[in-house]
Design a protein around this ligand. Structure first.
Ligand SMILES: *[C@@H]1O[C@H](CO)[C@@H](O)[C@H](O)[C@H]1NC(C)=O
Length: 185
């Protein structure tokens, strides 16, 4: 086989592409295992200090494709605005049908937020629940046999609903319902 391919690199690329189409890797799956808010406090009208920790279960559903995760950045958002700095997760390799737990601690200090932030949070407290988005942006490479693909961007979005009422304990606010997250590659 190698003789055929050495004569014609175009054929070799076409062959790889055919394998690629046949295997058709499925997107990695993520589920939120736990999220805790330790701090969400405003200084003045719009400077936020935040401390949020979360754990994701990450799974590679593919039987024949491994995944290299590179440049993973996590952050939390509330009503479309970022409420923590980025936190970088260490890169890792995930074998066929393998699962890994990813835990990260997100912080924000003096992070500018919209003037309506305080009002919105108070409103949620009255309603008894707060909804946060926990997000991971990164790049991945697929591994098929010894061949490794180029980098693809991917985004994970997890929605965490936490009970948050006047009678709820102040810190941490926890959500340990196992929410499924959406992934886009
Ligand atoms: C936020 O953090 C800064 C720096 O640590 C501190 O000076 C400030 O008092 C904090 N504000 C609140 C509301 O916790």
């Amino acid at each position: 086989m190698s003789q055929v391919f050495s004569k014609s690199p175009e054929h070799f690329l076409a062959f790889i592409f055919l394998i690629w189409l046949t295997l058709h890797p499925a997107k990695p799956q993520f589920a939120l295992r736990e999220a805790d808010i330790y701090q969400l406090s405003l200084s003045g009208t719009h400077l936020l200090n935040s401390s949020i920790q979360f754990t994701l279960l990450s799974r590679n559903p593919n039987k024949k494709v491994g995944i290299y995760y590179d440049e993973l950045q996590a952050f939390a958002a509330y009503k479309g605005q970022q409420i923590t700095f980025y936190s970088f997760l260490p890169p890792f390799y995930q074998g066929h049908e393998e699962s890994n737990l990813l835990t990260t601690s997100l912080q924000g200090t003096g992070l500018p937020v919209a003037l309506s932030f305080g009002y919105e949070v108070e409103h949620d407290q009255t309603a008894g629940r707060i909804v946060l988005n926990l997000k991971v942006n990164g790049k991945l490479r697929w591994k098929v046999g010894t061949w490794v693909s180029g980098r693809y961007r991917f985004n994970v979005n997890c929605v965490s609903v936490m009970s948050f009422g006047p009678n709820a304990p102040t810190a941490p606010l926890s959500s340990n319902q196992a929410a499924q997250c959406s992934t886009a590659v």
